[in-house]
Design a protein around this ligand. Sequence first.
Ligand code: FAD
Ligand code: SIN
Length: 526
Amino acid sequence: MATTEALQCDVLIIGSGIAGAIAALNLAENENLRIIMLTKYADPLESNTYYAQGGIIYTGEEDSPEQLAEDLTRAGDDLNSREAVAILSHEGPRLVRELLVDKYQVPFTLTPQNELERTREAAHSTSRILHVNDATGRAIQQKLVEALLQQSNIQIMTQYTAIDLLTPAHHSLNRLAIYEPLSCVGAYVYDHDTGQVVTVLSKATVLATGGLGQIFLHTTNPEGATGDGLAMAYRAGARIINAEYVQFHPTTFYHQGGARFLISEALRGEGGRLLNIDGERFMARYEPEWQELAPRDVVARSIHREMLRTGADHVYLDVASVMSAETIRDRFPNIYESCLQYDIDPTVEPIPVVPAAHYFCGGVWVDSWGRTSLQRLYAVGEVTCTGVHGANRLGSSSLLEGLVWGTRAARDIRWQVNGMDAPNPAMIPPWQSTGTDPADPALVRHDMQTIKHSMWYYVGLVRSRQRLERALRDLNTLSQDIDAFYRTTRLEPQMISLRNASLAAIIVARAAWENRESHGCHYRED
Ligand code: FAD
Ligand code: SIN
C-alpha cells in the first residue's frame, strides 16, 4: 500500500460530535493554532450527538448545583467522582447558556411566554432539561458544524478513520523512546477515498470518538459506534476504568423485524406509563417510590423481569392516555413519525418497547481537564470516564459532559501547547501494511454478529459468572482469529471497526467478570 507524507498540526481531534466540536471551536479562538479534525463518516453531522433526543441539562426554576449533584449521584449509585460531579453541576448550566443558547443560538423549544422550556426525565428531581422537541442533538450538532466550517484554522477531514494512536514508545525509530513516559504524537489514519494510510503528527491529540453501542445486538447507537477510541487508547497503554458500566436504555421501539430506535425518556418524564403485555402497569411492583421515573438501570431491569414473568418479548409505553394527540404530535414529532412507519399510532395505542444498549459510562480515564494517563493525549465525551456518571448515567447529562470537558480540555491545551515540541517526522515511520487480500465480507459480517450476540446474551442487562466466562472464552478465541484476519487482509474501514469492536467487547466483558458487586447498570445475578 502506498503511503503519503505526514500531515502536521498543533492539535489533532478525532471525532466531530459535541465533545470534539466544542474542543475544536474553543481551540480555534487562538488563531495561531492549526487544528485537524477527523471523522470516519462522510458527513461531520453524523455521530451519536446527532441522534440525541431528550435534551441537555440546564437548570430548573427551583434548582441548584447541589440538587443536580444529588440527582447525578443517586442515579450513579453513589459511585460518582465527587469532583467531576461538582464541576459538571457548577459549570455546566453556565456553559449551556453562554455557548449553546447565546453564542451558537441552538433553537431550543420555548414556552408560549418565550422562555426556555424545561422538561423532565427519569431520576431528575425537577424539570431542568432544555430540548428542541425530540431532536435536540440534531439541532445542536447542526449549529456546531456550521460554526466549525467557518473556522479557517480547523481542517475537517471526513471519511478518515483513525487506526492507531502514535506513541513514540511503540512507534519511534529511536529505540530509546521506550524509556520515556508514554505519550501520544498523533495517529495513523485511513483515507477512505484513496485507501492510503496518512500519518498525522500533532503536539496534542484529543480523542472524541464517542461510544460502543454497536458491540451489542440491540442498540440505540448509529453504525459507527464501535468503540474505536477505547480500543486505540487501550492499545496505546492508556488507563481504562469502569468499563463494566454499560447503560441500557429502557425504551427502544420493538419490532419483530428488529427496529430499535429510541423512544425518549422525556415521554416518561411527561407522564408516559409502562404497561405489561396484559395492559397492566407494573413498575410499582419493582420500584414503588419512583416507578417510571426511577433511574434507567432500575427501569430497564424491571422491564426485563416483567418480560420474563409474563413470557413476553416486549412491554408497552402508553402515552395516548396521558397526553393529547396534539401534544404528542407537536412535542414528539420524530418519534411519532417513526412509530407510524411501523403502523403504530402513539396517539391512540401504546408503543411496544424493549431495552437496548445505549451509553458507555466507563471509558478512558481522564482528570478534570480531560488529560488521560498518556502525556499529550486528551479525551472528551462518551469515550471517557470522568467519573460524572458513576455506575449509571442520569438522562441528558452526556451532552453536558461533552460540553464541559470539551471546553476544559481545550483550555488546558491552550495553556500547555506552546511548551510542547512538534514531533519529529523523521522518527515516525510510515504505516507498514502487511495484508493484501481483500476482506471477505461474509467473515467480517459474521464475526461482528458473533461479538454482538455474545455481548447481548452474556454481557447484557443481567450478568452471571457463567455467562461472563462463556463470553470471555468466545471473545478471546474470536479475537485471535480477527487479529490473524486483520494482519493478512487489505485495510478497510469495516476491518478497522471489527478489530476495535472485538477489543472493546473484551475490555467490557473482562471488567464485568472482575467486578462481582452489582451497582447501577452492572448487575450480577450471582
Ligand atoms: P459522538 O457524538 O458519538 O461523536 C463521535 C465522533 O467520533 C464522530 O464524529 C465519529 O465519526 C468519530 N469517530 C469515531 N471513531 C473514529 C475513528 N476511528 N476515526 C475517526 N473518527 C472517529 N445524551 C444526552 O445528554 N441527551 C440526550 O437526549 C441523549 N439522547 C440520545 C439518544 C440516542 C439515540 C443516542 C444514541 C444517544 C443519546 N445521548 C443523549 C447520548 C449522547 O448523544 C452521546 O453520549 C454524546 O452525543 C456523545 O458525544 P461525543 O462527542 O462523545 O461522541
Ligand atoms: C432520551 O431521550 O431518552 C435519551 C436521553 C439520554 O440518553 O440522556
